[in-house]
Design a protein around this ligand. Structure first.
Ligand code: UT7
Length: 323
């Protein structure tokens, strides 16, 4: 293959309504102190009743296109990573395509829960490298507020709504130096599904269901799984923790982020953290963090950036990008 995928822009969107820990403490038996100490989360954004996943995704996509200096006409592939689609079908990606006024190319959803963006990026990268598409919008978009059991203090404090997007372009290997997606690693182990799942679905209960999680069990596996995929990407590329300019992890829990960073020997100042202000936005968390760190000038062209995520399935993955 003589093509690679170069990042042209990133964008994000967060619903206006902010829900603080103090507000949650008035609804369930919790406290700002417990949430901050155990997770690092201070607030989360919540979509309004008439705001759907496709609306969040559309806004993040427009922001990314604007950041890339491109128009909707330039896109011929849209992948939306989401576990909270607007409808059972059509795909949220079809709705996003329609909202963006795009009629060329193809669009589909991908479901890998919190690792969704990593799975979508690796998928889009392969479409671009094999010549099936030229420019892709890779989006992570979620409205987890719709599947949260707001009476369950062990989960309702953890999640938020939002969307993040990235535009990547197929480029000849000889162009742009070594910029582009350098390598990815994806894993799934379905034996763990009961540790993090939604207790409803089209084919089983005919209901939407609520998120259920054995938090401690997920926590126990998270750091090791993240370490494995990141190390796999380092092995494929020959880079090490020291070479990274930025580490952009899935934003589930500050303690998991710190644990992974330490195990991978990545200096804390190179780690992008947004979990305090976004909470866990599932598939949106990594592209949202990228949008924040790129817009505030931290991530610059030429930087070496490692992305990773782990979540329901279990699924986990990592990607190394020369920005
Ligand atoms: O994005 C996908 C993956 N998801 C994750 O990565 C989440 C992974 N798990 C975690 O982040 C952590 O396990 C949690 C933040 C969910 C929980 O933290 P923990 O340190 O593992 O706490 P725990 O579940 O062991 O609970 C400790 C105590 C329990 O009380 P007892 O049994 O010790 O009396 C809980 O009932 O904290 C209690 N607790 C709470 N207390 C106040 C649980 N939730 C709350 C709460 N407020 N919201």
């Amino acid at each position: 293959m003589n093509k690679k995928s170069v990042v042209l822009g990133v964008g994000g969107y967060l619903p206006k309504k902010i829900l603080t820990n103090e507000e949650l403490a008035r609804r369930v038996d919790t406290s700002d102190e417990w949430i901050v100490q155990r997770t690092g989360i201070r607030q989360r954004h919540i979509a309004s009743e008439d705001e759907f996943t496709s609306d969040l995704a559309e806004k993040a996509a427009r922001d990314a296109l604007n950041n890339a200096g491109l128009s909707t006409n330039d896109i011929d592939l849209i992948i939306v990573a989401t576990a909270t689609p607007d409808m059972t079908f059509p795909s949220t990606a079809s709705l996003v395509q329609q909202k963006l006024g795009i009629t060329q190319g193809f669009a589909f959803d991908l479901q890998a829960v919190c690792s969704g963006f990593l799975f979508a990026l690796a998928t889009a990268d392969n479409y671009l490298k094999t010549g099936m598409a030229k420019r892709a919008l890779v989006i992570g978009a979620e409205t987890f507020s719709r599947i949260i059991d707001w009476n369950d203090r062990t989960t309702c404090v953890l999640f938020g709504d939002g969307a993040g997007a990235m535009v990547i372009e197929a480029t000849d290997v000889s162009e742009h130096g070594d910029r582009g997606v350098l390598a990815s690693s994806l894993r799934t182990d379905g034996r763990h599904w009961k540790k993090l799942y939604v207790d409803g679905g089209v084919s089983s209960t005919g209901t939407i269901g609520h998120l259920r999680m054995q938090g401690r069990e997920v926590f126990k596996h998270a750091v090791g799984m993240i370490f494995d995929v990141v190390e796999d990407v380092f092995e494929k590329t020959g880079f090490h923790g020291d070479d990274l300019d930025w580490f952009v992890p899935h934003q589930a829990n500050k303690r998991i982020i710190d644990g992974a960073g330490k195990k991978l020997k990545i200096a804390p100042q190179k780690v992008v953290v947004t979990v305090d202000i976004h909470a866990n936005t599932s598939a949106a968390s990594v592209p949202l963090a990228l949008a924040v760190a790129s817009k505030d000038g931290r991530i610059k062209q030429g930087d070496l950036v490692m992305l990773e995520a782990m979540g329901g399935g279990f699924t986990w993955g990592a990607s190394l990008i020369r920005w």
